[in-house]
Design a protein around this ligand. Sequence first.
Ligand code: ATP
Length: 270
Amino acid sequence: MTYGSAEVLRGVDLQIRRGEIFTLLGPNGAGKTTTIEILEGFRNRSAGEVSVLGADPEKATEAWRAKLGIVLQSWRDHGRWGVRELLGHIGSFYDDPHDPDRLLADLGLTAQADQRVSRLSGGQRRRLDVALGIVGRPELLFLDEPTTGFDPEARREFHLLIERLAADEGITVLLTTHDLAEAEKLAHRTAILVGGEIAVCGTPSELARHVQTGSHVRWIEDGREKVLRTEDPSRAAWELHRRFEGPVPGLEIRRPSLEESYLELIGRAA
Ligand SMILES: Nc1ncnc2c1ncn2[C@@H]1O[C@H](COP(=O)(O)OP(=O)(O)OP(=O)(O)O)[C@@H](O)[C@H]1O
């Protein structure tokens, strides 16, 4: 995918299964939003093939669009609307919408039903965003960085909600995030996008295996900390022991956390 002459996606090859919670993880500018905008049919691609629910998003029909739920990164302000009123209004565009009160109850927004949207907290607005995304009973829900700005409690509740939607309603969820812990917690599978390419794709344990390669061996030499990344830390320690002709000052061998490995991966690829 190119914007003018700038190539921002290169050979992104993905298959997402029905009923799956799939996260697209990556740093700022990795191409996550561009990818999902192409899948949503909001952005025309410059090359490649795309099929979403059996159709090419560029040739989308209204019937195809009605099967999607879309929660955008930026809030489209409907601040003057009442919460229930807005949900009922958006629902009226669909054939078989959810009952607004039921949905508000499911999302923990019953107490806010008669409030103006502009009065909601950030977390409540995000939950309303999700309610708006699912009111038409979509088969596929796109969520672009849904938990940005959430406190830990709101994040946890949101994760439970997404898990429930996938389990109870069989909705396929594609969610973008910067947060590795979120992807690990929530996703059946995750693709890490770095610089427009998929660096790794798999289940949380596959991700850990791919990303967490090697150990860090640290020691002090000439008054400075040295770090070696290696697949064979015992050999490295043995060689250091020989070189120092005895105990190695400050020797430490540690397997990096998944978070550290991820940061290293995106740092290396950037
Ligand atoms: N309309 C546009 N015109 C030109 N370049 C764009 C446009 N939209 C995005 N880009 C560039 O494409 C690249 C990918 O952007 P994109 O928004 O897809 O990344 P992202 O992974 O969603 O980032 P973030 O996490 O910051 O939202 C970036 O370098 C960005 O500057």
